[in-house]
Design a protein around this ligand. Structure first.
Ligand code: IPD
Length: 279
């Protein structure tokens, strides 16, 4: 069983991923049940007029917070929509109750519950469920990543290149996303426009957690985005890393400045392209 240790404690990780899954499935069910037909009303906006929150985001986060802290009252909790809770156990949960909120509002079927547990700032457990489709992915640090097919866990491995096309940058299907701030978007649009002629194509799915799982599952070859928050990337980046991809930032770990995911064999070239495009 995978576990992480510090000087005074060892924490078994399987029970944490089981908890993440139980709670994540319950939250996904709540979101599905409460979603009205058509468009979902917006409760308020955050960083910009297009950065929206619904009452269902808040209800999903409240449920996840309550269930996790009832089960593990000494843990810390960071959620996208509410105040942080400090803890004493050394385990910190990082949660996006609905990643892809704009998709959720419109009924575009790519929005997810994303739950990670971190230890010393590093994700050690990750769980993502696509609320609309019911697909689920999970990972445990040092224990691999998988997609669930019912109760069966199918292990994820580094995806193979598409047969019949040369293994170069021009064959990469690259996922990305855009920030809610207009000035950041302008720079992102320039960088994506510069990249497009050099790759197979670009995809913008609208839920970073699902994009990261898509790379882990071979549905994308690579991913690059600026401006991701910890709750957007904590679970998905562990799932991608445990599936055998390289997850990084520009000069170190993935962070708000940049998140980059690609197979180790293409990393050097892809990083050069990302830099050259001005990400
Ligand atoms: C957003 C989505 C989107 C990404 C944005 C995120 P939210 O999260 O993950 O794909 O491009 O950077 O903020 O607001 O839907 O939880």
């Amino acid at each position: 069983m995978s576990a992480v240790s510090t000087s005074d404690t060892t924490i078994a990780l399987e029970p944490l991923v089981d908890l993440a899954r139980t709670v994540g499935r319950e939250a996904a069910e709540l979101v599905r049940e409460r979603r009205p037909a058509g468009r979902v009303p917006v409760a308020t906006t955050k960083s910009s007029p297009i950065d929206v929150v619904t009452e269902i985001d808040r209800a999903s986060e409240a449920l996840i917070r309550r269930r996790i802290l009832d089960a593990r009252p000494d843990d810390a909790f960071i959620g996208e929509e509410d105040e942080d809770v400090a803890g004493t156990s050394g385990v910190e949960w990082v949660v996006d109750p609905i990643d892809g909120t704009v998709n959720f509002v419109y009924g575009y079927p790519a929005y997810a519950v994303s739950i990670a547990a971190r230890r010393d700032g590093e994700a050690v457990v990750g769980y993502v469920v696509n609320i609309a489709s019911g697909e689920e992915w999970g990972a445990v640090a040092g224990g691999g990543a998988w997609r669930w097919a019912g109760e069966e866990r199918i292990a994820l491995a580094p995806p193979l290149p598409v047969e019949g096309t040369p293994v170069d940058l021009g064959s990469l299907l690259v996922g990305t996303g855009f920030n809610y701030s207009r000035s950041v978007r302008e720079a992102q649009a320039r960088a994506v426009a510069a990249m497009l002629p050099h790759v197979r194509d670009i995809r913008r799915g609208g839920a970073a957690a699902l994009d990261l799982c898509a790379v882990a599952d071979g549905r994308l070859d690579a991913y690059v985005e600026q401006g991701l928050k910890p709750w957007d990337l904590a679970a998905g980046s562990l799932i991608a890393a445990e599936a055998g991809l390289v997850v990084s930032g520009l000069d170190g770990p993935a962070d708000e400045r940049l998140t980059l995911v690609v197979a180790a064999s293409r990393r050097r070239e892809f990083l050069e392209l990302v830099r050259a495009c001005g990400f």
